[in-house]
Structure formats: structure tokens, C-alpha cells
Design a protein around this ligand. Structure first.
Ligand code: SF4
Length: 635
């Protein structure tokens, strides 16, 4: 019997998968000098293979540099099971589908059928396109763009809107040419046979491996729990990368967000459907009068005040539900809106509701207090293998917190440390001299400290802020005082745009908030410093957090110790984890929060960070870059 590189006998499925990672394997030969044997990657692949084979639930923390993508693609391809691979970010989803999966498939010579499945709003809805064309007959500019979409749809059989020559969201077209689950007519749709979403789902149905994203998986689970039918087929195994993001996403997908736009969108579609009937002028007039009144009442008195008036519109839709598929669907949608209003007014047990903003702009929210129970009920209950991977699942070496948040307390777990040498490649800078957050001189002191740090690194940095307020206050001042380009999220463009500029402008500085703390990969010199302004505790006045703390303490726990601190640590690990992305990367992680030194939890925070040497003075930072420079010159 052949032995794997780590001298374990090649037993069963996991043994065969591990053998694929040996330095003399077909896979290694395919990648040639680009292949690097990593024992942790091999052992992770074995654990994933075991979990697929045994139908297990596995939490796997695989730190940066392990090569976890290949560690799960190989067992997924080697298996005969139907496998779903899901990611949080679209960039990883596209990278898997278009680069990693085809490469590994060729390397292994395994011809398994694969398919990419995105969310509904990524695909053209021909039915909505036709409706919008009818409505926009008189609007030359939008009508012209819709004509381009129609022309493109004749050529592009996939109907994936990312293949269009222009950005549909920027053009303001997405809502006109895609259908939400609520708007979709399903099997009653006259365009069913040409529907790109239906075709994509059919491909996913037949494929052995489907690449999807967490939003789609959770939306599907939420839909299966509701009345609008399913999107995804069932799989034997689910491999969920970037799994740390699942609780927050589950909170959104199993919750609700409600604002006046919900009434407006329904009213708009109702007018279109009545117009299409051709002989409902009187009812159109009634809707035109009733809807603004609902909106006014909602703006002044909120959900409770608007509910009775909304009832009149429901009756109008009900009275014509037999006249067309669209009218029947609108009647159902009106009832669903009522149900959501009622759910917000009287949340079910285990849910919390709150609102944000005032008057017409008020938004209502509903969320499960804890996501573990809903994930367990709607996702993990399937008789399949679930493998959840992330670079940050453990807190202080334990999977307990992640297990609770995910509803996977009894799952198997494994930890695979990074192969990077943080002691040599990085420095952790924790200044002692800054005032605590909230101090009157705090902003000025932090700005001066950032200037010193960014001067030492010659730019080439991410400055990660915990709030938009601090970003907007400090980023313009950094731009004024530093000689390098400072890119401010929002002011200088959206995430992808400023990230591209950052990669091209070697000495630039990118200032961003939460969306830059994770899922961003900039290997090389362009990113040589990550500065974090504060420990990323969630805002204490967040109603969902308050409800979670209350529930935790009612069960005998401690809200700070069991919720706020571990979650801040998890976000911080993601943030500083942006720095070292390859074995040749070097740099400084700077955390400008004095609480690391003054609060008892500070030591626990530091223990959870990469094991780099710690410095408290700016001279050590300057020395680090001087040494890196000297080493580069010698090299
Ligand atoms: S089935 Fe739904 S998404 Fe497809 S064309 Fe019809 S309404 Fe649009």
C-alpha cells in the first residue's frame, strides 16, 4: 500500500486525497515549480475528505497561507458526491469558478461537471424586461438602454448581467430587469422557458459541483422556510469558505428590513399590471389615490397607523386576482407585506424588532436574537456533510464561540496554523502613550500617530477605521499632511475601484471601514502596514446586540465576555490578517487603542493576534522598515 508523505498509511478516501498532495503526486507535477508542499494543507485536505465521506459537520480554522482553497477543491473533485462550494465574497466565488477549480480539475484529470450559481439579481428577468419596455416607451434614454439589454439577451444565453457592457446598477436598471423572489411568477411565468435564472438552476441541478455564495444558500434556506419555493437543489456535501461571516448574513436573511420602498415597489408593479389589462382605468385611479395616503400615514404614524389603509389596497388587488398571473402574484405580495408588518409589530419569540431613522425614511428591522438556532433548523438539519472553513474561527484557541453562533456546538473541529514566520515577517505595534477612546485630545493624538507611522512605512498602508465618523474626520487630514495619495472609501470611490488604484499606486494609503477588514487580498509591497484605529467592538446601542446580551445574561452568561469581546477579537484578527498574505510579505500591524494596555481584557486580545514581536515605540517601527529596506537591497 502506498504511503502518504507524512507516513500515514493511505486508507480510504482521505488517504487517497492526502496522497494527492505529496511532492511526487500528479497534482504537484502539474503545478511544477509553483507547487509547494505544505503539511498543514495536506492534513486539512484529509480532514475535509473525512468529513465529506462521513457526512460530518466540521469547523476548520485554516490560517492564511495554508492554501485552503486547494485543500477543499481536491476532495470535492475526488468525491463522487454532489458538492456545493459557497463563499461570502463574489471575488472568491469568481476566482474559484474561473481559475482555481478548472486548474485543479485539469491537474487531477477529474472530469466532474461544474456550474456557477449566483443570486436572482445577477440574472436578467425577461418578464420584467418586457414590462419595463412597455412602461418606458416614452423615456428615450432608459428605453435605449433597455433596447441594448434586449439585444444582448438575444446573444447571451446565460443572462448573467455581469457580462453586459455596462453596469446595470450604476445605470439604475437593476430593479427594472431583475425579479425579486416576491416579484417572480415562478412556473406561472410566460417567460419561464427563456428565463436565465431557471436555466442556471437547471445547470446547478445537473452539475456535480456548484459554486455559489452564502447569501444564495441562506436566501434559499429562508425561502424553503417560507412560501416562495426553493432555489438550490440538495447536495451531499456543503463546503462553506469564509464561514466566519455566516452568523451576520443569517441575521439578515432570516430577518427583515422594511421601509416605504416596499409599498412603492408594490404600487408600481400594481399599476403596470392594471395597465396591461387595458380596461381597469377606474381601479388604476383608486390605487393612484390610495398609495400616497398609505405612504403619508406610514411617514407620520409608522406601521400600526398604515396597516388599516394598506388593507384597502390589499382588497383592490384581491378583487382582480383572477384576471392575470401578475394580479394573482400582486395579491400574494400584498398579503406578504401585511405579514411582515405584523411580524415587525409583534416579533415572534426569539426575534427582536427595531427601527432606525424618522418619518418617511424610517427603516424597520427584524432579526433572530441568536443565529445558531435558525441555522441549525433551516440549514444544518439536512442529512449532508457540512464543512465550514475560515482563517478566524477560534477565540483563545477554542471553537466554543463560533460553535454557539453557528449552531454547531457538537461539530468536529480542526486547526491548521499559518506557515508564515510572523516573528521574522511582522511587527505588532501597540503604543502606550495614546489617550483612551473618547478622550478630548484623542483624535489629534491619533492623527499624529498615524502620520508618524505612515511616514515610517512610506505610505503603502491600509488604515482601517471602526466608524465612518472617524474615517471622514481623519482621512482628509492624512491627505493634507502626507505626500502620498490617500484613498478614502466613499469619497474616492467604491471598494473595488479604490482597491484597484491602491494596488497600482505603490505608496498609496487606503482608508476604509468594515468592508476592508476582510476578504481583501493585497500581497506584496503595496501593503506593508495595517493601522487599526480602535478595537472593533460593536456599537453598544445596537438593539440586536442589546437583545443578545440580555438573552445571554438571562441564561447565566456574561454579555461582554461571551459576546462583545470574542466578536471584537474575531473582527480584529480579520483586519490585521490583511497584512501578511505570502511568505515574502513583511510589515507592521499597528493598533492605536490604549485599552489594550489599560483594560484587563487587553492581554487576551493580544494573545489572539499573530505571534509577531511587540513594540511600543515608533523607533522600533522605523528600525523594522530600515532593516526590511536593507534586506531588499542585499537581495
Ligand atoms: S420565472 Fe421569474 S425570474 Fe424568470 S422570467 Fe419569470 S418572473 Fe422573471
Amino acid at each position: 500500500m502506498p504511503a502518504s508523505h507524512n507516513d500515514r498509511p493511505v486508507n480510504g478516501f482521505s488517504g487517497r486525497v492526502e496522497a494527492d498532495f505529496n511532492p511526487d503526486s500528479t497534482l504537484a507535477r502539474y503545478f511544477g515549480s509553483n507547487y509547494c508542499y505544505r503539511p498543514e494543507q495536506q492534513s486539512l485536505a484529509g480532514r475535509v475528505a473525512d468529513a465529506i465521506d462521513g457526512g460530518d459537520r466540521l469547523l476548520a480554522e485554516a490560517e492564511t497561507g495554508i492554501g485552503k482553497t486547494m485543500a477543499y477543491l481536491v476532495p470535492a473533485l475526488r468525491s463522487d458526491d454532489k458538492v456545493l462550494i459557497s463563499t461570502h465574497t463574489k471575488s472568491l466565488q469568481d476566482q474559484l469558478m474561473h481559475r482555481d477549480l478548472p486548474q485543479v480539475r485539469r491537474a487531477l484529470g477529474r472530469d466532474r461537471e461544474t456550474a456557477l450559481l449566483k443570486g436572482r439579481n445577477s440574472y436578467l428577468c425577461p418578464h420584467r424586461l418586457q414590462q419595463s419596455q412597455r412602461e418606458l416607451r416614452l423615456d428615450a434614454s432608459l428605453g435605449n438602454m433597455l433596447a441594448q439589454v434586449t439585444e444582448w439577451a438575444r446573444r447571451d444565453v446565460d443572462g448573467d448581467l455581469s457580462a453586459l457592457a455596462f453596469d446595470v446598477a450604476e445605470a439604475g436598471l437593476r430593479g427594472m430587469i431583475t425579479a425579486t423572489a416576491e416579484q417572480c411568477l415562478g412556473r406561472d411565468c410566460p417567460s419561464w422557458d427563456q428565463c436565465p435564472l431557471v436555466r442556471a438552476r437547471n445547470r446547478a441541478q445537473k452539475a456535480d459541483i456548484v459554486i455559489a455564495n452564502h447569501s444564495l444558500l441562506l436566501a434559499d434556506a429562508a425561502l424553503k422556510a417560507g412560501a416562495f419555493g426553493e432555489v438550490l437543489p440538495e447536495f451531499d456535501a456543503y463546503v462553506l469558505d469564509e464561514a466566519h461571516s455566516l452568523p451576520e448574513l443569517a441575521s439578515q436573511h432570516f430577518g427583515l428590513r422594511f421601509g416605504r420602498q416596499r409599498f412603492i415597489s408594490w404600487g408600481h408593479d400594481m399599476q403596470e399590471a392594471l395597465q396591461a389589462l387595458g380596461d381597469e382605468g377606474a381601479l388604476q385611479g383608486d390605487v393612484t389615490r390610495a398609495l400616497p395616503s398609505v405612504l403619508r400615514t406610514y411617514g407620520h404614524g409608522g406601521l400600526e397607523a398604515a396597516l388599516p389603509e394598506w388593507g384597502e389596497l390589499i382588497e383592490m388587488a384581491d378583487s382582480r386576482r383572477e384576471r392575470s398571473e401578475d394580479m394573482a402574484k400582486l395579491s400574494e405580495r400584498a398579503a406578504a407585506i401585511t405579514a411582515d408588518m405584523e411580524a415587525l409589530m409583534q416579533p415572534a419569540e426569539g426575534y427582536v424588532a427595531w427601527s432606525d431613522g424618522h418619518g418617511e425614511l424610517r427603516q424597520h428591522f427584524l432579526a433572530p436574537v441568536e443565529t445558531g438556532a435558525v441555522l441549525a433548523e433551516h440549514v444544518w438539519r439536512r442529512p449532508s456533510a457540512f464543512i465550514l472553513l475560515s482563517a478566524t474561527l477560534r477565540i483563545s484557541g477554542s471553537f466554543d464561540h463560533a460553535g454557539r453562533r453557528l449552531g454547531l456546538e457538537d461539530a468536529l473541529n480542526c486547526y491548521h496554523p499559518s506557515p508564515f514566520d510572523y516573528a521574522e515577517q511582522a511587527l505588532l505595534y501597540l503604543p502606550r502613550h495614546l489617550p483612551p477612546p473618547g478622550h478630548a485630545d484623542g483624535d489629534a493624538a491619533m492623527l499624529d500617530e498615524m502620520i508618524r507611522l505612515l511616514s515610517a512605512s512610506s505610505g503603502r498602508a491600509f488604515v482601517l477605521f471602526t466608524s465612518h465618523r472617524m474615517l471622514q474626520r481623519l482621512a482628509p487630514q492624512l491627505a493634507e499632511r502626507l505626500p502620498w495619495p490617500v484613498l478614502e472609501q466613499g469619497r474616492d470611490g467604491a471598494r473595488d475601484k479604490i482597491l484597484n488604484i491602491f494596488r497600482e499606486e505603490k505608496h498609496s494609503i487606503l482608508c476604509g471601514t468594515r468592508s476592508f477588514w476582510e476578504g481583501v487580498d493585497v500581497p506584496g509591497e503595496s501593503l506593508s502596514m495595517v493601522i487599526v484605529d480602535k478595537l472593533p467592538f460593536a456599537p453598544p446601542n445596537d438593539p440586536l446586540l442589546q437583545a443578545r446580551i440580555k438573552a445571554c445574561e438571562a441564561a447565566g452568561g456574561n454579555g461582554f465576555r461571551d459576546i462583545q469581546l470574542p466578536e471584537a477579537i474575531a473582527v480584529l484578527r480579520q483586519g490585521v490578517g490583511r497584512l501578511i498574505r505570502s511568505a515574502s510579505d513583511t510589515g507592521v500591524m499597528a493598533i492605536l487603542d490604549a485599552r489594550i494596555h489599560t483594560r484587563s481584557y487587553g492581554r487576551q486580545v493580544v494573545r489572539n493576534l499573530p505571534a509577531a514581536p511587540v513594540a511600543h515605540g515608533i523607533n522600533a517601527v522605523r528600525a523594522f522598515y530600515a532593516q526590511s529596506c536593507a534586506e531588499e537591497e542585499v537581495a
